[in-house]
Ligand binder design. Structure first.
Ligand code: IDP
Ligand code: MG
Length: 176
């Protein structure tokens, strides 16, 4: 572990679409297998006010009301994971906020453009990769974007006594 590495806690939440698609276990599995320690976990249908508070930094955005309505429409799985650089690593594990926007941007750049398929098949080969039902609210899972927002989010979703302190005996094998 280098001096720059820090033990952090991050707030991870399987969103409504992730729960509906049966991905709670898959997401927990990925954080467990990476070696992170589960500190708290709850399954709940959050109120609209609660979700509005969670996303209050985005309140000026046009999609804010729709996003909050979506996030309070069904159950979510909220959790806290702890480990080395957990905040940044969690974001990397989640991937792009909007995979469709990312695909559009990146597939329209080299080396895709100019290949036999993209040339002969025109723009259809791009649009066929994009799911027509996709909405940019529903991107399966939330992860804190900084240590500061992780702290705020953890205290919004969990009471202090719900954060479980325990010794993960495997940590000596994960962190040398
Ligand atoms: P993040 O979740 O990767 O931190 P933010 O920009 O903080 O991304 O947006 C929070 C959430 O708001 C996203 O995960 C997504 O669910 C939703 N969202 C972001 N941009 C849009 C948009 O342009 N339209 C609809 N929903 C959006
Ligand atoms: Mg964000």
């Amino acid at each position: 572990m280098s001096k720059a590495d820090k033990t952090e806690r991050t707030f991870i939440m399987v969103k409504v679409d992730g729960v509906q698609r049966g991905l709670v276990g898959e997401i927990i599995k990925r954080f467990e297998q990476k070696g992170y320690k589960l500190v708290a976990l709850k399954f709940l249908k959050p109120s609209l006010d609660h979700v509005k508070q969670h996303y209050k930094d985005l309140s000026s955005k046009g999609f804010y009301d729709g996003l909050c309505k979506f996030m309070s429409s069904g159950p979510v799985a909220a959790m806290v994971w702890e480990g080395m650089n957990a905040v940044a690593a969690g974001r990397i594990m989640l991937g792009e906020t909007d995979p469709v926007r990312y695909l559009r941007k990146n597939l329209l750049q080299a080396p895709f453009v100019g290949t036999i398929v993209s040339t002969l098949d025109g723009e259809d080969s791009v649009s066929r990769l994009i799911l027509p039902t996709h909405s940019s609210c529903s991107n399966i899972c939330h992860g804190s974007d900084s240590v500061e927002s992780a702290q705020k989010e953890i205290s919004l979703w969990f009471k202090e006594e719900e954060l479980v302190s325990w010794v993960q005996t495997s940590s000596q094998w994960i962190y040398e």
